[in-house]
Design a protein around this ligand. Structure first.
Ligand SMILES: Cc1cc2nc3c(=O)[nH]c(=O)nc-3n(C[C@H](O)[C@H](O)[C@H](O)COP(=O)(O)OP(=O)(O)OC[C@H]3O[C@@H](n4cnc5c(N)ncnc54)[C@H](O)[C@@H]3O)c2cc1C
Length: 311
């Protein structure tokens, strides 16, 4: 089986299938796993969790997983009641799930090509991925627009994938010399017209240091400024931040654009699967905008295939 995407959904699916004795190959276009549970490196050893900030665990299956991660130092409480962060970075939980699994990073799947009853995977230029291997089942766990493009290229449809909508997010990563700009780890703002929805003292997470702040612009601000260059956005967000909290001498500031950050409209089903083609879709696009929901979606898709007896 092939899984496209090594975010938390793809990792959860791969882990479950591997535990059931299935052979799984996971492809991700990025340099490492984690997807939007990500850590960006800056100069001088700086590190920023510039995507998901924390995760909660309401479902007993995910709660048990988080308890295990906490016991083994893969995650730790942070950011408020019932919140957890990966340690030493946010990608640690996905890395943990993928231990012992055939993970191929830096591999962007560009095309799905039907070969009899199976699928071959290719890069966009037609280069074969996993040459010589045809997959009976392929899970798409990338955000819906990327999954839709792969489906369209294969001349297939999975009804529901196209209904998902995401809010974008501009993220400011800043390192400064100065005292903590506010008490506590986080400042949240629920005013939709605010510039920032979230400002975190990233260096308060277990195992982090360096006077680092991560600030997420609110969806409306991010959408209105989506096509601006990143360096201009960084300047504007630093200026806006300084009007809100005292910031010391800025050592580093950079902005990252998440075009598909948080799901605004989900499919409303735990996963999608078409047994006749072996194609499935999982991720936060199915159940909603949280790490936990993406994990549960990946798990559901794996179990659909295991229970259905698909090879
Ligand atoms: C700024 C921001 C803040 C957030 N804050 C929180 C929070 O505080 N709490 C919370 O619970 N959730 C938060 N979220 C949401 C959370 O990160 C997501 O819901 C969750 O991580 C989604 O996981 P996923 O596996 O579905 O998708 P992703 O993590 O996006 O994984 C998809 C993977 O597919 C890969 N991929 C895409 N296209 C291809 C291709 N063609 N070939 C190969 N690989 C491909 C990508 O590289 C990626 O690794 C936040 C998200 C963002 C962006």
């Amino acid at each position: 089986m092939a899984i496209i995407g090594a975010g938390i959904a793809g990792a959860a699916a791969a882990h479950r299938l591997h535990a059931a004795g299935r052979r799984v190959v996971v492809f991700d276009k990025s340099r490492g796993p984690g997807g939007r549970m990500a850590t960006r490196r800056g100069p001088d050893g700086l590190r920023f969790d510039h995507g998901a900030q924390f995760f909660t665990a309401r479902d007993p299956r995910f709660a048990a997983r988080v308890e295990d991660w906490t016991a083994r130092g893969v995650a730790a409480p942070w950011g408020g009641p019932h919140r957890h962060a990966g340690t030493p970075g946010m990608s640690a939980p996905a890395r943990d799930l993928l231990a012992g699994i055939d993970l191929r990073c830096g591999r962007a799947v560009g095309r799905l090509v039907r070969d009899g009853e199976a699928w071959r995977l290719q890069e966009a230029d037609g280069t074969a991925l996993a040459e010589g291997t045809a997959f009976s089942t392929v899970f798409l766990t990338c955000p819906s627009p990327q999954s839709l493009a792969l489906l369209a290229g294969a001349g297939r449809d999975l009804p529901g994938v196209g209904d998902v909508r995401y809010a974008p997010c501009w993220t400011l990563m800043l390192a400064h010399d100065g005292p903590p700009p506010f008490d506590g780890p986080v400042r949240e703002d629920r005013d939709p017209d605010a510039v920032f929805a979230w400002i975190a003292r990233d260096d308060t997470k277990p195992g982090r240091d360096g006077g680092t702040l991560v600030a997420h612009a609110a969806p409306a601000w991010s959408r209105a400024n989506l096509e601006e260059p990143a360096d201009r956005i960084a300047e504007r967000l630093v200026a806006a931040l300084k009007t809100l909290v005292p910031v010391g001498t800025v050592r580093h500031a950079a902005a990252h654009r998440w075009r598909y950050a948080q799901v605004e409209r989900a499919v409303g089903a735990d996963c999608l699967f078409a047994p006749e083609t072996g194609l499935g879709f999982a991720g936060d696009g199915c159940l909603g905008p949280r790490v936990e929901l993406a994990y549960l979606s990946g798990l559901a898709l794996a179990e659909r295939v295991i229970d259905g007896g698909a090879p």
